[in-house]
Design a protein around this ligand. Structure first.
Ligand code: RFL
Ligand code: PHB
Length: 389
Protein backbone atom coordinates (compact mmCIF):
# COMPACT_ATOMS: atom_id res chain seq x y z
CA UNK A 1 0.00 0.00 0.00
CA UNK A 2 1.15 3.57 -0.74
CA UNK A 3 0.08 6.71 1.09
CA UNK A 4 1.33 10.21 1.87
CA UNK A 5 1.40 9.97 5.68
CA UNK A 6 1.49 6.67 7.59
CA UNK A 7 0.30 7.21 11.17
CA UNK A 8 1.20 4.81 14.00
CA UNK A 9 -1.43 4.75 16.76
CA UNK A 10 -5.18 5.46 16.92
CA UNK A 11 -5.19 7.37 20.20
CA UNK A 12 -6.33 10.99 20.25
CA UNK A 13 -3.10 12.21 18.55
CA UNK A 14 -3.27 9.77 15.63
CA UNK A 15 -7.02 10.11 15.10
CA UNK A 16 -6.99 13.92 15.20
CA UNK A 17 -4.03 14.06 12.83
CA UNK A 18 -5.66 11.62 10.40
CA UNK A 19 -8.88 13.64 10.32
CA UNK A 20 -7.11 17.00 9.91
CA UNK A 21 -5.08 15.63 6.98
CA UNK A 22 -8.14 14.06 5.31
CA UNK A 23 -9.96 17.41 5.59
CA UNK A 24 -7.28 18.84 3.27
CA UNK A 25 -7.37 15.87 0.91
CA UNK A 26 -4.06 14.39 2.09
CA UNK A 27 -3.84 10.60 1.97
CA UNK A 28 -3.10 8.83 5.21
CA UNK A 29 -3.57 5.49 6.95
CA UNK A 30 -3.52 4.71 10.67
CA UNK A 31 -2.12 1.43 12.00
CA UNK A 32 -3.21 0.53 15.53
CA UNK A 33 -2.06 -2.44 17.57
CA UNK A 34 -5.27 -2.87 19.56
CA UNK A 35 -8.86 -3.65 18.60
CA UNK A 36 -11.44 -0.80 18.50
CA UNK A 37 -13.11 -2.26 21.62
CA UNK A 38 -9.84 -2.16 23.54
CA UNK A 39 -9.11 1.43 22.49
CA UNK A 40 -12.60 2.47 23.64
CA UNK A 41 -12.23 0.62 26.94
CA UNK A 42 -9.41 2.88 28.16
CA UNK A 43 -10.57 5.45 30.70
CA UNK A 44 -8.24 8.42 30.67
CA UNK A 45 -8.52 12.17 30.37
CA UNK A 46 -11.62 14.18 31.09
CA UNK A 47 -10.86 17.86 30.60
CA UNK A 48 -10.51 19.52 27.19
CA UNK A 49 -8.91 22.90 26.58
CA UNK A 50 -10.38 25.33 24.04
CA UNK A 51 -7.50 24.53 21.67
CA UNK A 52 -8.67 20.90 21.66
CA UNK A 53 -12.39 21.63 21.25
CA UNK A 54 -11.51 24.15 18.48
CA UNK A 55 -9.88 21.30 16.53
CA UNK A 56 -12.99 19.14 16.94
CA UNK A 57 -15.08 22.10 15.74
CA UNK A 58 -12.81 22.55 12.71
CA UNK A 59 -13.35 18.87 11.87
CA UNK A 60 -17.09 19.10 12.44
CA UNK A 61 -16.81 16.11 14.76
CA UNK A 62 -18.52 18.03 17.53
CA UNK A 63 -22.19 17.17 17.72
CA UNK A 64 -21.98 15.06 20.89
CA UNK A 65 -19.25 17.27 22.33
CA UNK A 66 -21.62 20.24 22.28
CA UNK A 67 -24.69 18.24 23.32
CA UNK A 68 -23.06 16.38 26.21
CA UNK A 69 -19.85 18.24 27.15
CA UNK A 70 -20.00 20.31 30.34
CA UNK A 71 -18.53 23.80 30.08
CA UNK A 72 -16.64 24.53 33.28
CA UNK A 73 -16.16 28.15 34.34
CA UNK A 74 -13.75 27.37 37.15
CA UNK A 75 -12.28 24.79 39.50
CA UNK A 76 -11.15 24.67 43.11
CA UNK A 77 -7.94 24.00 44.98
CA UNK A 78 -8.54 22.65 48.47
CA UNK A 79 -6.18 22.58 51.44
CA UNK A 80 -8.06 20.03 53.50
CA UNK A 81 -10.44 22.57 54.97
CA UNK A 82 -11.53 25.20 52.48
CA UNK A 83 -12.12 25.45 48.75
CA UNK A 84 -10.15 28.12 46.89
CA UNK A 85 -12.03 28.83 43.69
CA UNK A 86 -10.11 29.68 40.52
CA UNK A 87 -12.54 31.57 38.30
CA UNK A 88 -10.97 30.48 35.02
CA UNK A 89 -13.70 32.02 32.86
CA UNK A 90 -13.76 35.31 34.75
CA UNK A 91 -9.97 35.58 34.66
CA UNK A 92 -9.31 34.42 31.07
CA UNK A 93 -12.64 34.56 29.22
CA UNK A 94 -12.26 30.84 28.42
CA UNK A 95 -14.01 27.65 29.52
CA UNK A 96 -12.65 24.13 29.64
CA UNK A 97 -14.99 21.31 28.64
CA UNK A 98 -15.54 18.13 30.60
CA UNK A 99 -15.90 15.43 27.93
CA UNK A 100 -14.10 12.11 28.29
CA UNK A 101 -11.16 11.11 26.12
CA UNK A 102 -13.06 7.88 25.51
CA UNK A 103 -15.90 9.90 23.94
CA UNK A 104 -13.52 12.02 21.82
CA UNK A 105 -11.93 8.79 20.58
CA UNK A 106 -15.33 7.20 19.90
CA UNK A 107 -16.49 10.26 17.90
CA UNK A 108 -13.30 10.35 15.83
CA UNK A 109 -13.37 6.59 15.21
CA UNK A 110 -17.03 6.62 14.11
CA UNK A 111 -16.48 9.57 11.75
CA UNK A 112 -13.42 7.93 10.13
CA UNK A 113 -15.13 5.85 7.38
CA UNK A 114 -17.21 8.76 6.07
CA UNK A 115 -14.09 10.98 5.90
CA UNK A 116 -12.05 8.40 4.02
CA UNK A 117 -9.75 7.81 6.97
CA UNK A 118 -8.58 4.19 6.99
CA UNK A 119 -7.69 2.66 10.35
CA UNK A 120 -6.06 -0.78 10.39
CA UNK A 121 -6.71 -2.28 13.84
CA UNK A 122 -4.89 -5.23 15.37
CA UNK A 123 -1.76 -4.50 13.34
CA UNK A 124 1.00 -6.42 15.12
CA UNK A 125 4.79 -5.99 15.08
CA UNK A 126 4.66 -2.53 13.55
CA UNK A 127 8.15 -1.64 12.31
CA UNK A 128 9.44 1.73 11.07
CA UNK A 129 12.00 1.68 8.26
CA UNK A 130 14.18 4.19 6.40
CA UNK A 131 12.83 7.12 8.40
CA UNK A 132 15.96 9.08 7.44
CA UNK A 133 15.46 8.45 3.71
CA UNK A 134 13.15 9.95 1.05
CA UNK A 135 10.89 6.89 1.07
CA UNK A 136 10.19 5.65 4.59
CA UNK A 137 7.86 2.70 5.13
CA UNK A 138 6.01 0.75 7.80
CA UNK A 139 5.66 -2.99 8.10
CA UNK A 140 3.16 -4.89 10.24
CA UNK A 141 1.61 -8.31 10.49
CA UNK A 142 -2.08 -9.04 10.46
CA UNK A 143 -3.98 -12.28 9.96
CA UNK A 144 -0.69 -14.13 9.55
CA UNK A 145 0.57 -11.91 6.70
CA UNK A 146 3.23 -9.22 6.60
CA UNK A 147 2.15 -5.93 5.03
CA UNK A 148 4.04 -2.83 3.94
CA UNK A 149 2.92 0.80 3.76
CA UNK A 150 5.12 3.13 1.70
CA UNK A 151 4.80 6.75 2.72
CA UNK A 152 6.42 10.16 2.44
CA UNK A 153 6.23 10.77 6.17
CA UNK A 154 5.62 8.63 9.23
CA UNK A 155 3.77 10.19 12.17
CA UNK A 156 4.59 8.46 15.47
CA UNK A 157 1.41 8.85 17.54
CA UNK A 158 1.84 5.57 19.41
CA UNK A 159 2.03 6.77 23.00
CA UNK A 160 4.75 6.34 25.59
CA UNK A 161 5.35 2.61 24.96
CA UNK A 162 5.16 2.63 21.15
CA UNK A 163 8.03 1.89 18.74
CA UNK A 164 8.24 5.28 16.95
CA UNK A 165 10.38 7.17 19.44
CA UNK A 166 12.84 4.26 19.50
CA UNK A 167 13.39 4.65 15.76
CA UNK A 168 15.20 7.94 16.43
CA UNK A 169 18.93 7.29 17.01
CA UNK A 170 20.07 7.96 20.59
CA UNK A 171 23.00 9.95 19.15
CA UNK A 172 20.67 12.77 18.05
CA UNK A 173 18.21 12.62 20.96
CA UNK A 174 17.91 13.87 24.54
CA UNK A 175 15.54 12.55 27.20
CA UNK A 176 14.39 14.40 30.31
CA UNK A 177 12.56 12.39 32.92
CA UNK A 178 11.17 12.64 36.44
CA UNK A 179 9.32 9.81 38.18
CA UNK A 180 7.04 10.60 41.10
CA UNK A 181 6.91 8.42 44.21
CA UNK A 182 3.16 7.76 43.99
CA UNK A 183 0.43 6.79 41.53
CA UNK A 184 -3.16 7.93 41.04
CA UNK A 185 -5.85 5.47 42.00
CA UNK A 186 -8.92 6.37 39.93
CA UNK A 187 -12.53 5.29 40.37
CA UNK A 188 -15.38 5.80 37.91
CA UNK A 189 -18.94 5.48 39.24
CA UNK A 190 -22.45 6.24 38.07
CA UNK A 191 -23.22 8.73 40.82
CA UNK A 192 -23.72 12.51 40.61
CA UNK A 193 -20.54 14.57 41.17
CA UNK A 194 -20.06 16.02 44.68
CA UNK A 195 -19.42 19.50 43.31
CA UNK A 196 -20.29 21.42 40.13
CA UNK A 197 -16.62 22.08 39.38
CA UNK A 198 -13.44 20.01 39.73
CA UNK A 199 -11.66 20.01 43.10
CA UNK A 200 -7.92 19.33 43.48
CA UNK A 201 -7.20 18.75 47.18
CA UNK A 202 -3.97 18.61 49.17
CA UNK A 203 -4.83 17.12 52.53
CA UNK A 204 -2.38 16.13 55.27
CA UNK A 205 -3.12 12.51 54.23
CA UNK A 206 -2.48 13.10 50.53
CA UNK A 207 -3.93 14.25 47.23
CA UNK A 208 -7.51 13.86 46.00
CA UNK A 209 -9.30 14.96 42.84
CA UNK A 210 -13.05 15.17 42.35
CA UNK A 211 -13.85 15.14 38.64
CA UNK A 212 -16.73 13.98 36.49
CA UNK A 213 -17.77 12.74 33.09
CA UNK A 214 -21.37 13.99 33.20
CA UNK A 215 -24.00 15.07 35.70
CA UNK A 216 -24.55 11.42 36.56
CA UNK A 217 -21.05 9.97 36.27
CA UNK A 218 -18.19 10.86 38.62
CA UNK A 219 -14.46 10.32 38.36
CA UNK A 220 -12.37 10.54 41.52
CA UNK A 221 -8.67 10.04 42.20
CA UNK A 222 -6.40 9.79 45.25
CA UNK A 223 -2.65 9.35 45.29
CA UNK A 224 -1.30 6.08 46.68
CA UNK A 225 2.22 4.74 47.25
CA UNK A 226 3.51 2.74 44.29
CA UNK A 227 3.71 -0.33 46.50
CA UNK A 228 -0.10 -0.47 46.86
CA UNK A 229 -2.43 -2.36 44.52
CA UNK A 230 -6.15 -2.36 43.70
CA UNK A 231 -6.66 -5.15 46.26
CA UNK A 232 -5.62 -2.67 48.96
CA UNK A 233 -8.44 -0.35 47.94
CA UNK A 234 -11.92 -1.89 48.05
CA UNK A 235 -14.59 0.67 47.06
CA UNK A 236 -15.58 1.47 50.62
CA UNK A 237 -12.04 2.36 51.69
CA UNK A 238 -11.68 4.58 48.63
CA UNK A 239 -14.93 6.49 49.33
CA UNK A 240 -13.96 7.03 52.97
CA UNK A 241 -10.53 8.32 52.04
CA UNK A 242 -11.96 10.66 49.40
CA UNK A 243 -14.37 12.17 51.91
CA UNK A 244 -11.52 12.92 54.31
CA UNK A 245 -9.10 14.33 51.75
CA UNK A 246 -11.59 16.46 49.81
CA UNK A 247 -12.63 18.29 52.99
CA UNK A 248 -15.96 18.84 54.73
CA UNK A 249 -17.77 20.89 52.06
CA UNK A 250 -17.25 18.32 49.30
CA UNK A 251 -17.60 15.34 51.64
CA UNK A 252 -21.11 16.48 52.61
CA UNK A 253 -22.22 15.98 48.99
CA UNK A 254 -20.43 12.79 47.99
CA UNK A 255 -22.69 10.03 46.72
CA UNK A 256 -20.99 6.63 46.91
CA UNK A 257 -21.65 3.81 44.46
CA UNK A 258 -20.03 0.73 42.98
CA UNK A 259 -16.94 1.30 40.84
CA UNK A 260 -17.45 0.67 37.12
CA UNK A 261 -13.71 1.11 36.58
CA UNK A 262 -10.79 1.33 38.94
CA UNK A 263 -7.12 1.59 38.07
CA UNK A 264 -3.76 2.86 39.30
CA UNK A 265 -1.61 5.01 36.99
CA UNK A 266 2.00 5.94 37.78
CA UNK A 267 2.99 9.61 37.47
CA UNK A 268 5.83 10.75 35.28
CA UNK A 269 7.24 13.86 33.63
CA UNK A 270 9.09 13.06 30.41
CA UNK A 271 10.25 14.97 27.32
CA UNK A 272 12.01 13.56 24.29
CA UNK A 273 13.85 15.94 21.98
CA UNK A 274 13.74 16.43 19.02
CA UNK A 275 10.18 15.59 17.97
CA UNK A 276 11.27 15.15 14.34
CA UNK A 277 14.00 13.05 12.81
CA UNK A 278 14.12 13.45 9.03
CA UNK A 279 10.82 11.90 7.81
CA UNK A 280 9.57 10.73 11.21
CA UNK A 281 7.47 13.14 13.26
CA UNK A 282 6.38 12.41 16.84
CA UNK A 283 3.21 13.74 18.49
CA UNK A 284 1.52 13.30 21.88
CA UNK A 285 2.60 10.81 24.54
CA UNK A 286 5.11 9.28 22.09
CA UNK A 287 7.25 12.38 22.74
CA UNK A 288 6.23 13.55 26.19
CA UNK A 289 4.36 12.65 29.36
CA UNK A 290 2.97 14.96 32.01
CA UNK A 291 1.57 13.96 35.40
CA UNK A 292 -2.25 14.22 35.15
CA UNK A 293 -2.46 17.10 37.65
CA UNK A 294 -3.43 20.00 35.40
CA UNK A 295 -5.13 17.82 32.77
CA UNK A 296 -2.60 18.56 30.04
CA UNK A 297 -1.72 15.20 28.41
CA UNK A 298 -4.49 14.87 25.86
CA UNK A 299 -4.50 18.60 25.26
CA UNK A 300 -0.77 18.57 24.48
CA UNK A 301 -1.35 15.71 22.05
CA UNK A 302 -3.97 17.94 20.37
CA UNK A 303 -1.70 21.01 20.22
CA UNK A 304 1.17 18.94 18.77
CA UNK A 305 -1.21 17.72 16.10
CA UNK A 306 -2.39 21.27 15.35
CA UNK A 307 1.24 22.22 14.60
CA UNK A 308 2.01 18.96 12.81
CA UNK A 309 -1.05 19.03 10.57
CA UNK A 310 -0.23 22.67 9.62
CA UNK A 311 3.30 21.60 8.71
CA UNK A 312 2.20 18.59 6.63
CA UNK A 313 -0.56 20.59 4.90
CA UNK A 314 1.97 23.32 3.99
CA UNK A 315 4.32 20.65 2.65
CA UNK A 316 1.79 18.81 0.50
CA UNK A 317 -0.46 21.65 -0.58
CA UNK A 318 1.99 24.58 -0.81
CA UNK A 319 5.27 22.76 -1.37
CA UNK A 320 6.60 24.58 1.72
CA UNK A 321 9.26 22.51 3.52
CA UNK A 322 10.11 25.04 6.23
CA UNK A 323 7.17 24.22 8.49
CA UNK A 324 8.29 20.57 8.73
CA UNK A 325 11.78 21.73 9.72
CA UNK A 326 10.28 24.06 12.35
CA UNK A 327 7.78 21.54 13.79
CA UNK A 328 9.87 20.17 16.64
CA UNK A 329 10.92 23.56 18.03
CA UNK A 330 7.41 24.96 17.69
CA UNK A 331 5.79 22.03 19.48
CA UNK A 332 8.47 21.76 22.20
CA UNK A 333 8.08 25.43 23.18
CA UNK A 334 4.51 24.71 24.23
CA UNK A 335 5.30 21.24 25.60
CA UNK A 336 7.85 22.61 28.07
CA UNK A 337 5.38 25.20 29.39
CA UNK A 338 2.75 22.51 29.99
CA UNK A 339 5.41 20.31 31.59
CA UNK A 340 6.23 23.17 33.96
CA UNK A 341 2.60 23.78 34.90
CA UNK A 342 1.82 20.08 35.47
CA UNK A 343 5.00 19.62 37.51
CA UNK A 344 4.40 22.70 39.67
CA UNK A 345 0.74 21.80 40.34
CA UNK A 346 1.85 18.25 41.21
CA UNK A 347 4.45 19.62 43.66
CA UNK A 348 1.90 21.96 45.21
CA UNK A 349 -0.90 19.43 45.60
CA UNK A 350 0.88 16.21 46.68
CA UNK A 351 2.67 15.13 49.84
CA UNK A 352 6.10 13.72 48.96
CA UNK A 353 7.63 11.00 51.19
CA UNK A 354 10.74 13.13 51.80
CA UNK A 355 8.67 16.18 52.86
CA UNK A 356 8.51 17.20 56.51
CA UNK A 357 6.52 19.82 58.42
CA UNK A 358 8.44 22.67 56.78
CA UNK A 359 7.46 21.62 53.26
CA UNK A 360 3.86 21.23 54.42
CA UNK A 361 3.88 24.82 55.69
CA UNK A 362 5.32 25.95 52.35
CA UNK A 363 2.42 24.28 50.51
CA UNK A 364 -0.15 25.80 52.86
CA UNK A 365 1.45 29.24 52.55
CA UNK A 366 1.38 28.98 48.77
CA UNK A 367 -2.27 27.92 48.77
CA UNK A 368 -3.09 30.84 51.10
CA UNK A 369 -1.19 33.20 48.80
CA UNK A 370 -3.17 31.91 45.82
CA UNK A 371 -6.43 32.33 47.77
CA UNK A 372 -5.65 36.03 48.26
CA UNK A 373 -3.90 37.00 45.03
CA UNK A 374 -5.75 37.67 41.80
CA UNK A 375 -2.47 37.62 39.87
CA UNK A 376 -1.56 34.17 41.24
CA UNK A 377 -5.05 32.94 40.34
CA UNK A 378 -4.76 34.47 36.86
CA UNK A 379 -1.47 32.70 36.22
CA UNK A 380 -3.00 29.35 37.22
CA UNK A 381 -6.16 30.02 35.22
CA UNK A 382 -4.22 30.99 32.09
CA UNK A 383 -2.26 27.74 32.19
CA UNK A 384 -5.27 25.60 33.09
CA UNK A 385 -7.44 26.76 30.18
CA UNK A 386 -4.46 26.27 27.86
CA UNK A 387 -1.80 28.61 26.48
CA UNK A 388 -2.27 30.06 23.01
CA UNK A 389 -1.05 27.95 20.10
P1 RFL B 1 -2.29 7.22 23.48
O1 RFL B 1 -3.66 7.63 23.92
O2 RFL B 1 -1.48 6.41 24.40
O3 RFL B 1 -2.46 6.49 22.10
C1 RFL B 1 -1.41 5.78 21.49
C2 RFL B 1 -1.98 4.71 20.61
O4 RFL B 1 -0.91 4.01 19.97
C3 RFL B 1 -1.18 2.63 20.05
N1 RFL B 1 0.07 1.87 19.96
C4 RFL B 1 0.46 1.20 18.87
N2 RFL B 1 -0.09 1.08 17.66
C5 RFL B 1 0.56 0.30 16.75
N3 RFL B 1 1.71 -0.36 17.03
C6 RFL B 1 2.30 -0.26 18.24
N4 RFL B 1 3.42 -0.94 18.51
C7 RFL B 1 1.68 0.56 19.22
N5 RFL B 1 1.97 0.88 20.50
C8 RFL B 1 1.00 1.67 20.92
C9 RFL B 1 -1.89 2.45 21.38
O5 RFL B 1 -2.65 1.24 21.43
C10 RFL B 1 -2.77 3.68 21.40
O6 RFL B 1 -4.04 3.47 20.80
O7 RFL B 1 -1.41 8.51 23.11
P2 RFL B 1 -1.83 9.91 22.45
O8 RFL B 1 -2.71 9.73 21.25
O9 RFL B 1 -0.58 10.68 22.34
O10 RFL B 1 -2.78 10.60 23.55
C11 RFL B 1 -2.27 11.00 24.80
C12 RFL B 1 -3.36 10.89 25.87
O11 RFL B 1 -3.94 9.62 25.81
C13 RFL B 1 -2.79 11.14 27.28
O12 RFL B 1 -1.87 12.20 27.25
C14 RFL B 1 -3.90 11.49 28.28
O13 RFL B 1 -4.77 10.42 28.48
C15 RFL B 1 -3.29 11.90 29.62
N6 RFL B 1 -4.30 12.17 30.64
C16 RFL B 1 -5.00 13.36 30.65
N7 RFL B 1 -4.81 14.29 29.68
C17 RFL B 1 -5.55 15.43 29.65
O14 RFL B 1 -5.36 16.26 28.74
N8 RFL B 1 -6.54 15.69 30.58
C18 RFL B 1 -6.80 14.81 31.59
O15 RFL B 1 -7.73 15.07 32.35
C19 RFL B 1 -6.00 13.61 31.67
N9 RFL B 1 -6.23 12.70 32.63
C20 RFL B 1 -4.57 11.20 31.62
C21 RFL B 1 -5.55 11.50 32.62
C22 RFL B 1 -3.94 9.95 31.62
C23 RFL B 1 -4.24 9.02 32.58
N10 RFL B 1 -3.56 7.77 32.49
C24 RFL B 1 -4.18 6.52 32.68
C25 RFL B 1 -2.21 7.71 32.00
C26 RFL B 1 -5.84 10.60 33.60
C27 RFL B 1 -5.17 9.35 33.62
C28 RFL B 1 -5.50 8.43 34.74
C1 PHB C 1 -10.32 13.20 34.86
O1 PHB C 1 -11.51 13.55 34.95
O2 PHB C 1 -10.00 12.05 34.54
C2 PHB C 1 -9.24 14.17 35.18
C3 PHB C 1 -9.57 15.51 35.39
C4 PHB C 1 -8.58 16.41 35.70
C5 PHB C 1 -7.27 15.99 35.78
C6 PHB C 1 -6.94 14.68 35.55
C7 PHB C 1 -7.93 13.75 35.26
O3 PHB C 1 -6.31 16.90 36.09
Amino acid sequence: MKTQVAIVGAGPAGLLLGHLLRLEGIECVIVERQSPEYVLGRIRAGVLERTTTDLLDRLGVNERLHAEGLQEAGFALADGERLIRIDTHGLTGKYVTVYGQTEVTRDLMSAAPSRGLEIIYEAMNVGLHDVDKEAPYLTYTKDGHTHQIDAQFIAGCDGYHGPSRKAIPATVASEFELEYPFGWLGILADVPPCHEELIYANHERGFALASMRSKTRSRYYIDVPLTETLEDWPDERMWNELAIRLGPEAAANITCGPAIEKSIAPLRSFVFEPMRHERLLLAGDAAHIVPPTGAKGLNLAASDVAYLSDALISYFNKNDHDAIAAYSDRALARVWKSERFSWSLTKLMHRFPEDGPFERQMQLAELDYIANSVSAQTSIAENYVGLAL
